[in-house]
Design a protein around this ligand. Structure first.
Ligand code: CA
Ligand code: CA
Ligand code: CA
Length: 313
């Protein structure tokens, strides 16, 4: 008597119908073998067999392999993606950044809950908070996580850093959690579901201030998304890619702001027109704000940037 094929698993396959199809097929075609499938889950399977009892086992296992190979596409994943509303801002502006859940399976997936380790450039951005009424989850917040890695409490205090505002310390990382309260699941689509909108204040000039996520932090904390499988299929971890976004933070008195009043308006536009050089440059005296992209001239590309920076009449 021997054991063959133990822990063949860790093959991941498309869960829903495939698991059911696999079980049904195995039960019909190879009931003896089916008895030895000791675990079938969304993560893989384990088969423990008695080689002396099942002469046709090799053929059966070969067929199982074929079935699983054909079906071993990745399980559903939910990418988490930042989408910043306005990527070009000035110091002192507020930036709204939406956190989106994007289904990569081509289907709508039902979200059960998530932990997201937010990260941002704390030298140039300050987390202001959640934009009210933007959450797809009824229950979401920066919870007191002192018992874990204290990402929301790592200001050094013994209590939650901001017990009144429910805001974590602005050190560039925080743990955000969301979950449902009743069986109404937010639906992540391939186009992306906006989970929540965070607002950040811009603190300092930075041509590429990143708002991102951490996969793990400390000893216990990780970014994870849990989905609910249909038809009583249970819950499944479905954490996909973590996709950051960047904000361009410029200073007052630059990038088209000739009068340094932290806005680009008609008065700035007239001065810009007087400074246009075409692609050969060079920039004239007092015309530095007309070179918005910093390449030494004031041409059509700068004019396009001027329009993007335009803040009002
Ligand atoms: Ca922190
Ligand atoms: Ca101005
Ligand atoms: Ca230029």
């Amino acid at each position: 008597m021997g054991r063959l094929g133990e822990d063949l698993g860790s093959l991941r396959w498309r869960r829903r119908c495939v698991i059911g199809r696999f079980r049904g097929w195995l039960a019909r075609r190879h009931p003896a073998c089916y008895d030895h499938v000791t675990r079938v889950s969304c993560e893989g399977f384990v088969i423990t067999v008695n080689t002396n009892r099942h002469a046709g086992l090799g053929r059966a296992l070969a067929q199982i392999y074929v079935l699983l190979a054909l079906s071993s596409v990745a399980t559903a994943q939910i990418d988490l993606e930042w989408r910043v509303a306005d990527r070009e801002v000035r110091v002192g502006d507020t930036v709204e950044a939406g956190l989106f859940a994007v289904s990569t399976s081509g289907e709508t997936e039902f979200l059960l809950g998530m932990d997201v380790l937010l990260s941002w450039d704390a030298a140039s951005l300050r987390l202001v908070g959640l934009v009210p009424r933007t959450s797809a989850f009824p229950f979401s917040d920066f919870f007191d996580d002192r018992s874990l890695d204290g990402l929301n409490a790592d200001c050094g205090a013994t209590t939650f850093c901001s017990p009144y505002t429910r805001l974590p310390y602005n050190d560039g990382d925080a743990r955000f959690s969301a979950s449902i309260l009743d069986p109404t699941y937010p639906e992540a689509t391939p186009e992306g579901l906006r989970l929540v909108v965070f607002s950040f204040e811009t603190l300092a000039v930075n041509p590429s201030a990143e708002i991102g996520m951490l996969a793990t932090a400390g000893t216990h904390s990780s970014t994870r998304v849990v989905i609910r499988l249909p038809e009583g299929g249970g819950n499944e971890m479905a954490t996909g890619a973590l996709i950051p976004d960047v904000v361009v933070i410029a200073d007052c008195g630059r990038q088209g702001d000739f009068d340094a009043n932290c806005g680009v308006d008609i008065a700035d536009y007239f001065q810009f027109e007087a400074c246009v050089t075409g692609p050969d440059g060079p920039i004239g005296v007092g015309c530095l704000p007309a070179d918005l992209d910093g390449d030494g001239d004031s041409d059509l590309r700068d004019a396009g940037a001027m329009q993007r920076w335009f803040t009002g009449p």
